[in-house]
Design a protein around this ligand. Structure first.
Ligand SMILES: NC(=O)c1ccc[n+]([C@@H]2O[C@H](COP(=O)([O-])OP(=O)(O)OC[C@H]3O[C@@H](n4cnc5c(N)ncnc54)[C@H](OP(=O)(O)O)[C@@H]3O)[C@@H](O)[C@H]2O)c1
Length: 247
């Protein structure tokens, strides 16, 4: 009986996340601005994926602004790196950081899974508002498999254990984050990885709206997620869609 209840709970949550997340599976007819991207802002730059984004963006020759709460947590120095202190919930700080950028990359997240939080949704709301105000068009944001048209593609353990036990509050916020991005007219790409590792960059991975598995868990490294996110700065293939991305 308990097992049945648990399965039902997992199923209901999965359907809820399907309904709340973004569904656009086909690249929009939106005409990209074609603007050359040389300056990028990284939100969540002190996190695992964020640090990879900063490092790899510098290696690709971008001028990088890292938006951080605590500069001591980002041990990178480079003449092309500017570190800006701020909280993503502070709209004025976000607006100041967005000014003069060509694109924004967000790897926002947190580890307090059971604490009610709106930081991902409210954070991206501030980012979107600032981008609109400052005329910045391209936004690449990482969310996760399991939302919108990728619902259920977290594997059985993800769908019937991780999502119901560890992630319901976190995913509620993430799904709202997706809704806000999806409702914007920006040149956005939502990147949905499976489980993240701190492994090395392989540079080879699967991506697209149909990746992920209903049965097995799927992985990729934060380094490869960053690689794929950076590719979205200049590639228009996934504009206004939410591709999955796994090894
Ligand atoms: N872990 C997985 O297996 C997995 C799977 C799929 C998707 N994802 C998603 O992938 C993304 C990246 O994951 P990750 O593990 O690399 O992230 P992470 O290490 O948890 O980093 C999250 C970043 O967000 C920042 N942040 C949180 N609240 C903030 C605020 N109020 N203002 C400014 N910055 C704030 C953190 O700053 P501080 O350093 O100051 O805390 C940190 O830099 C997340 O969205 C995560 O949900 C993770």
């Amino acid at each position: 009986m308990k097992v049945l209840f648990f399965l039902l709970y997992g199923l209901v949550l999965t359907l809820t996340m399907a309904r709340r997340g973004v569904w656009s599976a086909k690249a929009a007819s939106l005409k990209p601005s074609g603007r050359k991207i040389s300056r990028v802002l990284v939100i969540g730059a002190t996190g695992g994926t964020g640090r990879e984004l900063v490092q790899q963006a510098l290696e690709r020759g971008y001028e990088v602004t890292a938006f951080v709460r605590d500069p001591a947590r980002l041990q990178v120095t480079d003449p092309k790196l500017k570190i800006v202190r701020g909280d993503v919930l502070d709209s004025a700080a976000v607006e100041a950081a967005v000014e003069g950028q060509d694109a924004v990359l967000s790897a926002l997240g947190h580890r307090r899974l059971w604490v009610p939080s709106h930081v991902q949704a409210e954070g991206i709301r501030n980012v979107i508002a600032a981008m609109k105000k400052k005329g910045v068009r391209r936004l690449v944001c990482v969310t996760a498999l399991g939302l919108g048209n990728s619902a259920g593609r977290m594997g059985i353990i993800g769908t019937f254990f991780a999502l119901p036990v560890a992630l319901p509050i976190y995913f509620w916020d993430k799904s709202r984050q997706e809704q806000l991005i999806g409702a914007s007219d920006l040149e956005w790409v939502i990147v949905r990885p499976g489980v993240l590792t701190n492994g090395a960059k392989r540079g080879r991975y699967q991506h697209g709206v149909h990746v992920g598995s209903y049965i097995w868990p799927t992985w990729s490294s934060r380094a490869d997620v960053a690689d794929f996110m950076l590719a979205q700065l200049t590639d228009d293939q996934y504009l206004q869609t939410a591709p999955g991305m796994i090894w």
